[in-house]
Design a protein around this ligand. Structure first.
Ligand code: ATP
Ligand code: HMH
Length: 446
């Protein structure tokens, strides 16, 4: 049975925070999302241009409509905007017994107020006591608790005040604004403190608070205990920030899809590369083209997720000559290739759609054939590599690929180099997928 989660929040036309972030988060956890819209904001990654509040009656009716027909396993509140909406939400939610996550939204990342100053008391009196957990960031926790927060100890004190004095069951004070080297959140629940730590990452932070509280809500809806729901939400949000797409001109939005897309894409990459490697190994004349250092065949995750060599799949230990035949040393693994992974990651900086590559033994005849077949060929000369790049470990391949692409001023199918002292000359074939790369190889050696 699919679980149902409800968000009572405002709409962000930029699709980064609010209702939009909540629904995407619910979806990422396989939970059916329900909404009660409190306010419509005209918003983008830079600013909030207008706020239009829904009437308290219609907010209440949205909640009743979904609870009475569909049912709600857990709910969250986000932007509540004004005191009347807060009162209507509190009165309505009280009639039901689902767990409520309260994200006490006060100010948008861009600085715009999302809660009227005179609504603070209503939030504290009416909503906080209904919360299974409250999820304030540092400034919100300061407002709620009345204390200044400058350290983890202060954050703990604030969490305890929110529970013991304001009446929430639990409180998690988020450390996104604490300025520490780690993003540390502290939960106070059942009389105990628990810390959740993740490395601070550079990325997209519009909608972090909304997505984090929605992830907790989705996991509560799935029957997880609060501590476990927070642990999962923390992993989810760190990933969402790191893999955010840089859209808009302000704070770019969290990528809630990363959570499901990365595992799904990993599987697609694995399947498609496995199939192509299998076919490659059946090519009769392949042994002739395997370089002394071995051959590899790689496939990277889509550009948004291809950050380093661990995001590129290849053959572990490469494909090597074995008597008159060839054999793969190991299986298909992410992070299995070093050289070719660096080559494809550089190529993708110019042509993100080209995600696969394969290397083979150099011969002049193959290069001539490639050109005669209409394949676009470019090259680099290792002897032209600037000294400062040579001195840097792993710099040659990115430099070479960049040089070859810039020389052609077009998208190459084939890049070769003639080697250097102790370096075997090599041909690299590129394609959008292993299938395409293999097709080009077959044209060449067929
Ligand atoms: N740069 C970052 N790297 C890693 N984690 C972060 C980063 N920024 C925030 N977080 C984490 O994201 C979660 C949301 O926290 P944050 O303090 O950003 O919420 P917020 O200020 O309420 O967000 P919003 O501005 O969307 O309302 C927390 O778990 C926090 O620790
Ligand atoms: C609608 C809405 N809710 C919450 C936030 C908090 O980031 C926002 N920016 N917009």
């Amino acid at each position: 049975m699919i679980r149902k989660a409800l968000t009572i929040a405002g709409s962000d036309s930029g699709g980064g925070a609010g209702i939009e972030a909540d629904l995407k988060t619910f979806s990422a956890f396989g939970v059916h999302g329900l909404v009660a819209i409190t306010s419509v904001t005209a918003q983008n990654t830079q600013e909030v241009r207008a706020i239009y509040d829904v009437t308290p009656e219609v907010v209440a009716k949205q909640i009743e409509a979904v609870v009475e027909d569909i049912g709600v396993d857990a709910a969250k509140t986000g932007m509540l905007s004004n005191a009347e909406i807060i009162k209507a939400v509190a009165k309505t939610v009280k009639k039901y017994d689902f767990p409520l996550v309260v994200d006490p939204v006060m100010i948008a990342k861009s600085g715009a107020p999302l809660l009227r100053e005179d609504a603070m008391d209503a939030l504290i009196e009416k909503i906080i006591p209904l919360a299974k957990v409250v999820t304030p960031n540092r400034p919100e926790a300061e407002k709620l608790s009345g204390i200044k927060i400058e350290s983890l100890e202060d954050a703990k004190k604030a969490a305890k005040i929110i529970v013991e004095e304001l009446g929430a069951e639990g409180a998690i004070v988020k450390g996104g604004h604490l300025g520490l080297s780690e993003a540390v959140d502290v939960l106070y629940f059942n009389g105990e403190f628990k810390e959740y730590r993740a490395p601070f990452v550079q990325g997209c932070t519009h909608g972090t608070g909304c997505s984090f509280s929605a992830a907790i809500t989705a996991n509560l809806a799935k029957g997880k205990k609060l501590e476990e729901a927070v642990r999962i939400a923390k992993k989810f949000i760190t990933m969402g920030i790191y893999y955010g797409a840089k859209i808009g001109h302000g704070h770019c939005p969290v990528n809630q899809n990363a959570w499901i897309e990365i595992p799904a894409e990993k599987w697609r990459v694995y399947e498609s590369l496995s199939k192509a490697v299998k076919e490659l190994l059946t090519l009769e004349n392949l042994p002739k083209y395997v370089p002394e250092v071995g051959m590899n065949f790689v496939y990277a995750l889509p550009k948004l997720y291809a950050k380093d060599k661990d995001d590129v799949a290849g053959v572990k230990g490469r494909i090597v000559k074995f008597g008159n035949t060839v054999k793969p040393v190991g299986g298909i693994e992410f992070g299995a290739s070093d050289h070719l992974a660096r080559a494809i990651l550089t190529f993708m900086e110019f042509f993100p759609e080209v995600r696969s590559a394969l290397n083979l033994k150099y011969s002049e005849e193959l290069i001539k054939k490639a050109s005669s077949l209409g394949l676009k060929v470019s090259f680099y000369d290792r002897r032209e590599e600037p000294e400062e790049i040579k001195a840097k470990e792993g710099g040659t391949i990115p430099w070479g690929i960049k040089t070859a692409i810039e020389r052609l001023n077009d998208r190459p199918d084939v890049i070769y180099h003639l080697g250097d002292r102790g370096k075997e000359p090599m041909i690299l074939i590129f394609g959008e997928s292993p299938e395409v790369t293999l097709k080009k190889l077959k044209m060449l050696i067929g």
